[in-house]
Design a protein around this ligand. Sequence first.
Ligand SMILES: Cc1cc2nc3c(=O)[nH]c(=O)nc-3n(C[C@H](O)[C@H](O)[C@H](O)COP(=O)(O)OP(=O)(O)OC[C@H]3O[C@@H](n4cnc5c(N)ncnc54)[C@H](O)[C@@H]3O)c2cc1C
Ligand SMILES: NC(=O)c1ccc[n+]([C@@H]2O[C@H](COP(=O)([O-])OP(=O)(O)OC[C@H]3O[C@@H](n4cnc5c(N)ncnc54)[C@H](O)[C@@H]3O)[C@@H](O)[C@H]2O)c1
Length: 460
Amino acid sequence: MRTYDLVIVGAGSGNTIVDERFSHLDVALVEEAAFGGTCLNRGCIPSKMLVHVADLTDGIRDAGRFGVQAELGGVDWPAVRERVFGRLDREAAEGERGRRDAPNVDVLKGRARFTGDRTLLVGDGADAVTVRGEQVVIAAGSRPDVPAPVRDSGLPYETSDTVMRLDRPPRHLAVLGGGYVAAELAHVFHAAGSRITVIEQEDSLLSAQDESVAAAYTAIAADRYDLRTGTALTRVEGEPGRLRLVLDDDTAVEADTLLVAVGRTPNSDLIDADRAGVPLHDDGRVAVDAFQRTGAPGVFALGDVCTPFPLKHVANREAHVVAHNLLHPGDPIRTSHGAVPAAVFTRPQIAQVGRTEQQCRKEGLDYAVHVRRFADTAYGWALEDSTGFCKVLADRRTGLLLGAHIMGPQAASLIQPLVVAMSCGITAGDLARTPLWIHPAPTEVVSNALLDLHRALGHR
Ligand SMILES: Cc1cc2nc3c(=O)[nH]c(=O)nc-3n(C[C@H](O)[C@H](O)[C@H](O)COP(=O)(O)OP(=O)(O)OC[C@H]3O[C@@H](n4cnc5c(N)ncnc54)[C@H](O)[C@@H]3O)c2cc1C
Ligand SMILES: NC(=O)c1ccc[n+]([C@@H]2O[C@H](COP(=O)([O-])OP(=O)(O)OC[C@H]3O[C@@H](n4cnc5c(N)ncnc54)[C@H](O)[C@@H]3O)[C@@H](O)[C@H]2O)c1
């Protein structure tokens, strides 16, 4: 058995921990698949590279509204896919090579499982090795859930792990689930020419979003896709390429391809956490404190395997906290999940930070709310936007923001000043009136919403 100063399980966000500050330590980095994890290989980055193509494609289809005569010749999917994954596969391979070249890092390929306190078996059979870490980081991520009716059918299905690498866009793609993955990848494949059906058990798509956003996005999606909301999948019948999805409202959907997008499961069940005395939450996430420490001394966790916010920017921040705390056990820093932003890169874009209005109501908060439409701003005129808006919520007493929700062009960027205000304790009134906001930039939808909110609060 070899003992290391540090063993890291998972080379997704786990791979960002080791830098020059760790050069005096012996490190083992264990990864069973490609370096870069979900985000680089099958998540954020390929999906956004494909969303950009979809935005371009839809922009051409839409150009006539602006008096521009343009015709879409078609989408060369193999070329698109090669551009995306040719680059990303290279990045993953270079990431692994870079680590292998580092004098103080051993890259161990294979699945790691705990066999005891800070002790792990890596790989299977004759090639398996046992390693022990003075400190251990669990950064094992998560994987797509597959519900029983799909799993038990024995029929083929795709997940976000596989669907972006298909040889050609499906003729008819049925998407099970109406959350993040569905919103982004339905946009991608619709733009590439697929017919889309979305099956969602809740009554709206993106039901975890603010109620105004969920309702507005669902209405837009209903114009583009065949939507089956408020219904569950009972069984999958048929044969590969000719699937029949039977729903609990006695209707059925026929499609050549099924994309399962119903959420993700933390990979804690793959590491035998109990053998190392690492406690889990009921939903399978590794339990950590604000310092990212698990219940087992010397064992940290970060990212999707433990976080309540399975997002890459959250995993990155947690990795930063873990790196500091590994090196400075006497002066640890905390992770803050106080104002976590998120964006759905669909069409239109959606972004959020803080509470939804339904959460404010449920918590019995005394809040003010204001909605400003893109259509009522100069940039909204340029875009001919008729659906976008910025919704801001603030505490009536303090004027501090409780939440913000944007649906419309560039929402993922427009949300950022609101994230700064929430993180830094800046009131809605101060944010609206202290900085100058560029005219006529899209940010005016934010500054105008804040000004209106400030007036509604009646603060001076
Ligand atoms: C389609 C899609 C799009 C997304 N888009 C966005 C986005 O736009 N923005 C955003 O913020 N988030 C996005 N996410 C979420 C984001 O990808 C994840 O939150 C993030 O990648 C999690 O990072 P991680 O390091 O925790 O896990 P991962 O990146 O999954 O890394 C875990 C690594 O551990 C390895 N591993 C697991 N178990 C073991 C084991 N026992 N032994 C050895 N190795 C193991 C895995 O192979 C993997 O490489 C998206 C997710 C998906 C699926
Ligand atoms: N832009 C981004 O940041 C981004 C993009 C993609 C994924 N992600 C991350 O990945 C996670 C997983 O994404 P996701 O879309 O798979 O999950 P999700 O949690 O966003 O949405 C899952 C949806 O499936 C529905 N559902 C669950 N079981 C169902 C069933 N049996 N039949 C029909 N509908 C069902 C749920 O009601 C929910 O609306 C997200 O929560 C997010 O953290 C982030």
